[in-house]
Design a protein around this ligand. Structure first.
Ligand code: BTN
Length: 276
């Protein structure tokens, strides 16, 4: 039996002992290695995966990030997981899942290491002291028959990795780097799924509260932003005013005329930088 396989078996056992959810993580596909957990989750969702099913991989060989970027995570040290959701609410509300997931990850980080105060960079990067420790990739399939629709929430959380390639060294961090000690991935995943399940039920019952809580953890409100629309090639600058009820970013556009506040959805634009 390979060391990798032993590690996944041990992680699975500790995870199962710690899990206290109703649905999330009750069915898990445990993989030593896969190209992308999001792709695997999608295949499973197209067949019979139940709501709350999870794909875990100890190593991703083709991890995908937002806007066609790749997601790099060293094997055996991080969490690379995809959660399959079958929302009973309308697709217009799917964007709120991003907000709920960001809040759940922030809570989970603070609970695993009480000295840390994570924040959110719109739409769903989680930062610790300005460096990214977690990214999420939300992909949805909307069927004409509502029961056929699903959402894949892919989460890449840097846990015990302490070395990053040159290009990422200045911008990436992990829980171990920030907290100064290793974190048990099995317990972390069980706790994360519990928090995700609780937040997800808030999306179903009281979405207004989610928007408010998300905004209070959001970085950069009141600061200048620079957004780019890859499709049109257009760049927008202005002051970041927060988000609307669907999670869209509100930008007070630079203009010589009256102030114009415009909303931007996460799938349409890329946040280039904070102008300061
Ligand atoms: C981003 O910040 O650009 C999003 C990164 C999302 C990475 C996770 S890792 C698990 C899941 N599988 C993937 O291929 N991507 C997501």
């Amino acid at each position: 039996m390979s060391a990798n396989r032993d590690a996944v078996i041990s992680l699975r056992k500790r995870f199962q002992d710690a899990l206290s959810t109703h649905a999330f993580g009750r069915s898990v596909l445990w993989l030593e290695s896969v190209a992308s957990t999001n792709d695997e989750a999608r295949k499973w969702a197209d067949s019979d995966a139940p709501h709350g099913a999870v794909v875990f991989a100890d190593h991703q060989t083709g991890g995908r990030g937002r806007h066609g970027r790749s997601w790099l995570a060293m094997p055996g040290l991080n969490l690379t997981v995809s959660l399959i959701l079958r929302p009973v609410f309308q697709p217009a509300g799917f964007g709120l899942i991003t907000l709920a997931a960001s809040l759940a990850v922030c809570e989970c980080i603070s609970r695993s290491c009480s000295s840390l105060s994570p924040s959110i960079k719109w739409p769903n990067d989680i930062l610790i002291e300005g460096k990214k420790c977690c990214g999420m990739l939300l992909e949805s399939v909307i069927a004409s028959d509502r029961n056929g629709s699903y959402v894949i929430l892919g989460i890449g959380l840097n846990v015990n990795q302490v070395e990053y390639p040159g290009s990422l060294r200045a911008s990436a961090t992990s829980l171990m780097l920030a907290c100064g000690r290793p974190v048990d991935r099995a317990l972390l995943l069980a706790d994360l799924l519990q928090r995700l399940e609780r937040m997800y039920s808030r999306v179903e019952s009281r979405p207004e509260g989610i928007v408010k809580d998300y905004e209070s953890n959001l970085d950069g409100i009141g600061r200048r932003l620079h957004l780019s629309d890859a499709r049109s090639g257009y760049t927008y600058r202005g002051i970041f005013r927060g988000i609307d009820g669907s999670g869209a970013l509100l930008l007070d556009l630079d203009s010589d005329l009256d102030s114009e506040i415009r909303s931007f959805h996460a799938g349409d634009v890329r946040l280039i930088e904070n102008d300061g």
